[in-house]
Design a protein around this ligand. Structure first.
Ligand SMILES: Nc1ncnc2c1ncn2[C@@H]1O[C@H](COP(=O)(O)OP(=O)(O)O)[C@@H](O)[C@H]1O
Ligand SMILES: [Mg+2]
Length: 256
């Protein structure tokens, strides 16, 4: 049976005279691998910012598991089970790879108001458990061999994987990836594709991702939404998107 995780209904946001996202509607079922594509400036990252509470929608509804989360604070949305990575990588550069993931796991454990107010540090036992959990995630993300390396010293492709590991450590139900394959070589992209598939298949996550590499998106996502100038121009399975004349004109240039 399908279980709806996220539904945008006529989501709209204006910045002054610019309607960056205009009446966008789509729905993700549990376990979907859903792609969001479109030219630069189409409004893709702004959609992520609406879903994660960075911006409040001007109008429309963003429903996460039956609750309208539009305009809730980002920290609240994170505790409800949505986590993201950023188009421009945001790691803690001076911390080790392992520590970056521990921070993600730690955030999950300190989100209760009581512990935040008391600012209770985790016990040694808890810390050990968090480190163990973080290390297991590094293994999944194929980063355990660099666990003690400063994250700033990692090559770019591994930094992107680390951001995903940190997001996973918050144990989200829905994970948003903003251009996860950007700057990766072909081999890294192929590895990332299988990792993202594992995140869904083995961990049961629902994944919404923005990506420009059409081979990557079409080979991974089962459904794709195409945005142009803030508006939907198409949504459907990869074969339909690939052959849609409107998509080809606005974005693909030629059939891929
Ligand atoms: N905070 C903001 N203030 C004003 N304009 C913004 C803001 N955020 C995004 N925009 C504009 O919204 C449009 C969509 O941006 P964005 O969502 O980043 O595009 P994409 O991720 O598809 O490349 C762009 O024209 C961008 O300049
Ligand atoms: Mg963007």
């Amino acid at each position: 049976m399908n279980e709806t995780v996220l539904t945008l209904t006529n989501a709209t946001i204006r910045f002054g005279g610019l309607v960056a996202v205009n009446n966008v509607s789509f729905s993700l079922q549990k376990g979907d691998l859903f792609g969001l594509i479109g030219p630069n400036g189409a409004g893709k990252t702004t959609c992520f910012n609406l879903i994660t509470g960075v911006y409040r929608p001007t109008s429309g509804v963003i429903d996460f598991k039956g609750q309208n989360i539009g305009g809730l604070p980002p920290a609240k949305i994170a505790t409800l089970g949505i986590c993201r990575t950023f188009q421009n990588i945001r790691l803690f550069p001076a911390l080790s790879v392992l520590e970056n993931v521990v921070v993600g796991a730690f955030l999950r454990h300190t989100t209760s108001l009581a512990s935040a107010l008391c600012y209770l540090p985790p016990s040694i036992k808890e810390t050990r458990a968090l480190r163990q959990e973080a290390f297991e995630l590094l293994e999944v993300m194929d980063l355990s061999d660099v666990a003690s390396v400063r994250s700033a010293d990692l090559p770019y492709g591994k930094q992107r994987r680390l951001e995903i590991a940190r997001a996973m450590a918050t144990q989200p139900e829905l994970i948003l990836l903003d251009e996860p394959a950007a700057g990766m070589n072909q081999k890294e992209k192929e590895d990332l594709q299988s990792t993202v598939r594992r995140i869904r298949d083995d961990f049961g996550k629902t994944v919404l991702l923005i990506e420009h590499d059409m081979r990557f998106v079409m080979g991974l996502c089962e459904r794709i939404f195409v945005l142009d100038h803030g508006e939907e121009i198409a949504q459907g399975p990869p074969e339909a998107i690939r052959n849609d004349p409107k998509v080809i004109e606005a974005y693909l240039g030629e059939a891929v």
